[in-house]
Design a protein around this ligand. Structure first.
Ligand code: HEC
Length: 154
């Protein structure tokens, strides 16, 4: 973007002004979006399709980032987790299974007590994928076809 501006020297000041205005507008939109997402995310359903591919991706993300605390079986008993108080969440417990994807997404994004925030380290898509994956600890082997059939799964 900067390079482009330099090339068109004669139009630079106009370009600069426009960019500046646009940038301000984009910032404004970002703030609105972030606010909106924060307020609404508890209600939104997982926008990433649930299938073998996304689960495999979620597993990778989990193994690299979450397993040390949450454990191989999602019980909250990872090697690094035992030193934390409170212990990392057990994904098979009702405290997690009762919550919506949107709620968990928000917790994961913002961090929660001893859990760091993941908004910078993982993209939104990655976070949704890993949420799909951690659901599998409570209900093993979710069938991709089930998601395709839909049937109002929450
Ligand atoms: C440094 C250890 C640590 C890592 C790494 C970690 N977590 Fe956690 N996580 C925790 C702790 C501790 C809690 C429980 C906090 C509490 O209950 O007060 C928690 C809670 C949770 C919860 C439950 C939130 C709730 O509302 O009950 C979810 C979901 C979760 N983590 C997902 C993840 C995901 C996904 C990752 C990887 C991207 C991850 N965590 C990585 C420590 C960790």
């Amino acid at each position: 973007m900067l390079k482009k501006k330099k090339k068109k020297k004669n139009r630079m000041s106009k370009f600069f002004l426009e960019t500046f205005v646009l940038f301000g507008f984009l910032n404004f939109m970002t703030i609105i979006t972030v606010l909106g997402t924060t307020l609404a995310s508890s209600d939104i359903t997982n926008p990433v399709p649930l299938n073998e591919e996304t689960l495999a991706a979620g597993k990778k993300i989990y193994t690299h980032n979450c397993l040390p605390c949450h454990g191989e079986h999602g019980k909250g008993d990872g090697p690094a987790g035992q030193y934390l108080d409170p212990h990392p969440a057990d994904y098979t417990g009702s405290a997690v299974t009762s919550k919506s994807d949107g709620f968990l997404f928000q917790r994961v994004s913002e961090g929660y007590n001893a859990m760091p925030e993941w908004a910078d380290a993982l993209t939104e898509e990655e976070r949704w994928k890993v949420i799909h994956y951690i659901r599998t600890f409570a209900s093993p082997a979710p069938v991709a076809g089930e998601a395709k059939e839909k049937g109002g799964k929450k």
